[in-house]
Design a protein around this ligand. Structure first.
Ligand code: HEC
Ligand code: HEC
Length: 200
């Protein structure tokens, strides 16, 4: 019995030894490739100015999908289309692994009640569902589904993202965000964005 335990421990540790350096190498490769991103997205994607979204802690699946969208033009933003045009699939995987491994950087401040209500309960009578249903109770996203992490994001960027969805000018046509954002007023977008920015 004891030797079987030792044997399975040996198998387990050899699997771990095999798995870890691969992931670590991808993150290390991503760190090198991410040097050019820091000018706009800040050190380790933690944000430099509200003009550009934070990337730190965003999930791999969402990041790699958005980078492919920028590369093929499904998501049209001149600065990012130019950056993504030169990325290979391997670059996208390494960059996504690197930013996923960074710690999100929330803004300081109090959580506004109106924004919290929208985030947790949606907007009654307007068919706006609770954001938490897909983006998680703490705004952490849903990594296996590729639903983005929102917590800590600059409010100005979140409002712009919601406006772009509402106008149908962002990303793929079939995203649920288009209908959701189209049902929201500017004031509702600002309220929920202010709440998201201080979520930890
Ligand atoms: C010249 C400035 C600039 C540089 C350099 C830049 N970006 Fe961006 N990036 C932007 C802007 C602007 C947006 C916001 C697009 C929008 O408004 O929808 C963006 C958005 C993104 C997004 C989408 C974030 C989200 O939450 O949907 C990802 C992912 C991204 N950039 C990754 C990168 C990576 C990786 C690099 C480096 C290889 C990089 N960016 C370099 C300006 C830049
Ligand atoms: C049914 C699931 C679902 C619900 C409910 C939902 N979202 Fe989303 N959200 C998504 C998905 C999926 C995406 C990614 C779409 C894409 O690829 O552009 C997304 C993207 C976003 C983005 C862009 C993030 C970024 O980094 O650019 C914002 C902002 C956002 N949602 C805010 C909200 C808010 C605010 C609510 C509540 C009013 C909400 N979402 C409700 C599924 C959902």
């Amino acid at each position: 019995m004891q030797s079987r335990t030792i044997l399975s421990l040996m198998i387990l540790s050899s699997l771990t030894a095999w798995a870890t350096p691969g992931a670590a190498r991808t993150v290390a490769e991503g760190r090198e490739k991410a040097a050019v991103c820091a000018g706009c997205h800040g050190e380790a994607g933690k944000g430099a100015t509200p003009l550009f979204p934070k990337l730190a802690g965003q999930n791999f699946k969402y990041l790699s999908k958005q980078l492919r969208y920028f590369r093929d033009g499904t998501r049209s933003v001149a600065a990012m289309n130019a950056v993504a045009a030169g990325l290979t699939d391997d670059d996208i995987a390494a960059l996504s692994a690197y930013f996923e491994a960074q710690t999100p950087q929330p803004e300081a401040g109090e959580a506004p009640a109106e924004g919290e209500r929208i985030y947790r309960s949606g907007i009654a009578g307007k068919k706006v569902p609770a954001c938490s249903a897909c983006h998680g109770p703490e705004g952490q996203g849903n990594a296996p589904a590729g639903f983005p992490l929102l917590k800590g994001q600059y409010a100005a960027y979140t409002v712009k993202a919601l406006e772009d969805y509402a106008q149908g000018v962002r990303g793929e046509e079939k995203t649920p965000m288009r209908d959701i954002a189209a049902r929201m007023t500017e004031a509702e977008m600002k309220a929920v964005a202010a709440y998201i920015a201080v979520l930890k």
